[in-house]
Design a protein around this ligand. Structure first.
Ligand code: SF4
Ligand code: SF4
Length: 287
């Protein structure tokens, strides 16, 4: 088998996800990006906090726009076909009006297709922002959903459309919702972050089931590792899922995290992340 190195890879998107929030997904993502000299992309657009650690100097800000329908009352016959076509309840017929709930609109275009009277056209509104910057010599980007906006997918999609060549670490939103599904659509492989608790195992199982649907190689990192790690190792052994490493549960790591420090700068954790990176290289030999 030929030697493999990340330096030989032109483009590879690695999604980092967890079945629930609070497992340390952003800690793992930011430090992995540094250890691999990769680009970092924060898709947790409702609460992006990767920049707290990477502290990039921002060089670009781009507004994210979303389309929503506007009704031409002169042409509208109130037939209701657009209301029936909308799967997201963003349109309603109320008396002599078609009411548009633009925050529920997914910009799918179905209502325009359904309208036979050319009475429906689209307008744009801002729903978020994409920021790009450089910190610790790596390129970082993040999406920020505007306050009060309920649909994050538009911002995530725009953010990931702009991925650069090279290795991209995609810090996914928490859970297994459509926000994570959107992020995984851009991924070539995945790393699942979990913690050795019963809740952690439960949510890991959900994440494993989701990633299996995408049929991409994946592996696991245990965060807040302890003597209970065997709960996770047995689960992985039964399913032949590789474990890349375990970040120990310790007060100095927790303190560094709460100070917004980079774990890769601590000698103790740098060794762990370097070891994880070498194991990632082994895992990608499967491809
Ligand atoms: S674009 Fe799609 S989601 Fe938006 S109102 Fe029309 S049918 Fe509904
Ligand atoms: S489909 Fe067109 S004509 Fe019919 S209610 Fe909707 S906007 Fe009006």
């Amino acid at each position: 088998m030929e030697d493999f190195s990340f330096m030989d890879v032109c483009n590879m998107n690695i999604a980092v996800l967890s079945g629930k929030g609070g497992t340390g997904k952003t800690t793992i993502s930011t430090n992995l990006a540094l250890a691999m000299e990769a680009n970092y992309i924060d898709c947790d657009v409702e609460e992006p906090n990767g920049f707290v650690f990477l502290k990039p100097d921002i060089y670009e800000k781009v507004e994210v726009m979303s389309e929503y329908p506007m009704i031409d009352k002169e042409k509208c016959t109130l037939c209701g076909d657009c209301v029936d076509a909308c799967q997201f309840n963003a349109l309603a017929k109320v008396g002599e009006d078609i009411v548009v709930f633009n925050k529920l609109c997914h910009s799918c275009g179905a209502c325009e297709i359904a309208c036979k009277y050319d009475a429906l056209h689209y307008a744009n509104r801002k729903v978020g922002l994409i920021e790009r910057g450089i910190g610790y010599d790596i390129d970082s980007s993040r999406g920020v959903l505007d306050i009060g906006e309920p649909i994050a997918v538009t911002v995530i999609r725009e953010l990931l459309k702009g991925t650069k060549s090279g290795i991209n670490i995609i810090d996914c939103p928490p859970g297994t919702s459509c926000n994570v599904v959107t992020s995984l659509r851009f991924a070539d492989s995945a790393i699942l972050v979990t913690e050795p608790t019963k809740f952690g195992l439960h949510d890991l199982d959900r994440a494993v089931k989701l990633v299996n649907i995408f049929n991409i190689p994946f592996s696991i990192i245990i965060n807040k590792g302890s003597s209970k790690d065997n709960m996770i190792t047995e689960y992985c052994k039964d399913r032949d899922i590789p474990i890349l490493g375990s970040i120990p549960y310790s007060s100095d790591i927790a303190l560094a995290y709460s100070n917004g420090d980079i774990l890769y700068e601590l000698p103790k954790t740098k060794v762990i992340f370097d070891d994880i990176v070498s194991k990632i290289e082994e895992v990608f030999r499967w491809i």
